[in-house]
Design a protein around this ligand. Structure first.
Ligand SMILES: C[S@@+](CC[C@H](N)C(=O)[O-])C[C@H]1O[C@@H](n2cnc3c(N)ncnc32)[C@H](O)[C@@H]1O
Length: 203
């Protein structure tokens, strides 16, 4: 079992509580943007407890995948509660079971800030493989803010985020985009400057 899987298996029962402040302050208001205009078959990679479910567009059929069965069980409960059409697949995003070109688009919210540096390129390559040419890959993550005061608070929170979620605001996902055969079509700071939306396509 990988370290990340072990961590999320352990925190799954408390995840929504531990993440409550981040969800209320930042995440909830930026989630709708990531699904804006998507349709067809869409992957929600690292679906977690299913926080994105209320924002899935009715024009899309969504597959949620995650490394942790315990997180997926909570996503299934949320799916039942909200009556959402979501298929669930347990898998590591670095080595998924999906055939080439399975998806019209893929999104990952707060997944890449959790992936270790060594997993960034394999995960991007896998998303490039399973997402059809022309389909968008949208990544939403915490990043190091540009504003000095925000940056100080991000540094203060960093040890807690690493301890609780294995997350870092200093993942350099963008440096691996070209090697994955992808290109950046949009880069936008959201939630003040705490989060960044990165939109990728095949190069
Ligand atoms: C910070 S949570 C974000 C969950 C959800 N996307 C959200 O927006 O609330 C990160 C999720 O990524 C999952 N994860 C971590 N490493 C993964 C990997 N290699 N493959 C698939 N999922 C992974 C964790 O189990 C966890 O559910």
């Amino acid at each position: 079992m990988t370290d990340r899987r072990r961590l999320y298996q352990r925190i799954a029962p408390f995840y929504d509580i531990l993440d409550f402040a981040g969800e209320a302050l930042n995440q909830r208001r930026v989630r709708p943007q990531i699904f804006d205009g998507l349709s067809g078959c869409v992957l929600d990679a690292g679906v977690g407890t299913g926080r994105n479910i209320p924002f899935y567009p009715s024009t899309a059929s969504i597959v949620g995948s995650d490394l942790s069965n315990a997180m997926l069980r909570r996503a299934i409960r949320r799916r039942q509660r909200l009556g959402a059409p979501l298929s669930i697949v347990a898998s590591n995003i670095c080595q998924s079971p999906f055939p080439d070109n399975s998806f019209d688009a893929a999104v990952a919210t707060f997944l890449f800030c959790v992936l270790d540096d060594a997993d960034q390129l394999p995960a991007l390559r896998e998303l490039a493989r399973i997402c059809r040419t022309g389909g968008e890959i949208r990544l939403l993550d915490y990043v190091l803010p540009e504003h000095a005061r925000h940056r100080r608070s991000a540094y203060l929170m960093a040890p807690l985020l690493r301890f609780l979620f294995g997350a870092s605001v200093e993942r350099n996902t963008e440096q691996y985009v070209t090697a994955a055969g992808l290109t950046v079509v949009e880069r936008r700071l959201v939630a003040g400057d705490y989060c960044r939306l990165l939109v990728l396509r095949h190069a």
